[in-house]
Write a new protein. Structure first.
Length: 309
């Protein structure tokens, strides 16, 4: 019995070795093919994201006029200069104000509108298209519409009411630019929140309704907990977008009057393309990136904590 089974076992083991080697070669070939397929996207990301980020980090510690690579290393001098500049303090305060505005008004309007659309079956898609339209339009188009139709003192809404345009007042210019940006942003939040609400399990909604919960309680105790991950993600994105704010402020007020609507984006732009102090512009850019990084770390920590519960 032993003499007859041993050769068969050896023959089987010998037969499996070529098959194992073939599977190993196939797996290596698939791995190489996968790396080759993702290499264009990886190379593009390195060229337009990683490399500029590294250069920005290096130039933030130099005195550089943006021409060539003749940069003088000056250490932390750029950061000391911008921290001592009162305009930087104003721009940082305006960015924080911008953040508070965008974490409240567009979020509340988007949630309430999404809840209303959730209960309305007819023409829901039409309303979503209408609400999303300002978001898909170019910022320059939105700014031009508001400047021409609403803020224009000669024929616009404020002109007909014989009121000074808010973009010209030091106490109102920032809010005037933020109003246009919120008008363009809240429809996007509505569509995102509506999509998340529609993923709420129907049995939870039906159970709450059977227990006698009204529409408001169902919204607070069923829909809001269900879309908490979406709320958290959009909150982090809003924080990042708030510290990257530039386009509507620049198009409507250029940071004025008297730096009253200056944000860090326009502050860095002025350093780079008005006085050609690209080192200081890079330093401001790093400060802006720090807040976005802080928001991303906070989001990751909260998400991991929720998963471990």
């Amino acid at each position: 019995m032993t003499t007859t089974l041993a050769p068969r076992a050896r023959s089987r083991s010998g037969a499996t070795r070529p098959a194992t080697r073939r599977r190993s070669r196939q797996s290596r070939r698939r791995a190489v093919t996968g790396y080759l397929l993702v290499s264009p996207a990886l190379l593009l990301s390195i060229l337009i994201v990683v490399l500029p980020g590294i250069l920005t980090l290096l130039f933030a510690f130099t005195d550089w006029n943006g021409i060539g690579f003749d940069a003088e290393f000056i250490g932390l001098q750029n950061f000391q200069d911008i921290l001592a500049d009162p305009v930087f303090a104003t721009s940082l305060k305006n960015n924080i104000t911008w953040l508070i505005l965008f974490l409240t008004l567009p979020v509340v309007i988007g949630l309430l509108t999404a809840a209303l659309l959730l209960r309305r079956k007819r023409m829901r898609t039409f309303y979503q298209v209408v609400f999303l339209m300002p978001y898909v339009l170019a910022p320059v188009v939105n700014a031009l519409v508001w400047q021409t139709i609403i803020y224009n003192p000669n024929g616009g809404v404020f002109g007909l009411l014989q009121l000074a345009p808010p973009t010209a007042g030091q106490s109102t210019s920032l809010y005037a630019a933020a109003a246009v940006d919120m008008w363009h942003y809240w429809g996007f939040l509505t569509v995102v929140y509506l999509g998340a609400m529609r993923q709420t399990p129907v049995d939870q909604v039906e159970a709450a309704t059977v227990d006698g919960a009204g529409a408001w309680k169902v919204f607070l105790h069923v829909y809001l907990p269900s879309i908490r991950p979406t709320l958290l993600l959009m909150g982090v994105m809003t924080v990042i977008f708030s510290f990257l704010a530039f386009d509507y402020v620049y198009l409507l007020t250029q940071g004025g009057p008297a730096h009253s609507s200056e944000v860090m984006g326009t502050y860095a732009y002025a350093f780079a393309f008005s006085s050609f102090q690209f080192g200081k512009a890079a330093a401001v850019g790093l400060v802006m990136s720090f807040f976005g990084l802080l928001a991303s770390v906070l989001y990751t920590w909260i998400s991991r904590r929720d998963l471990l519960r």
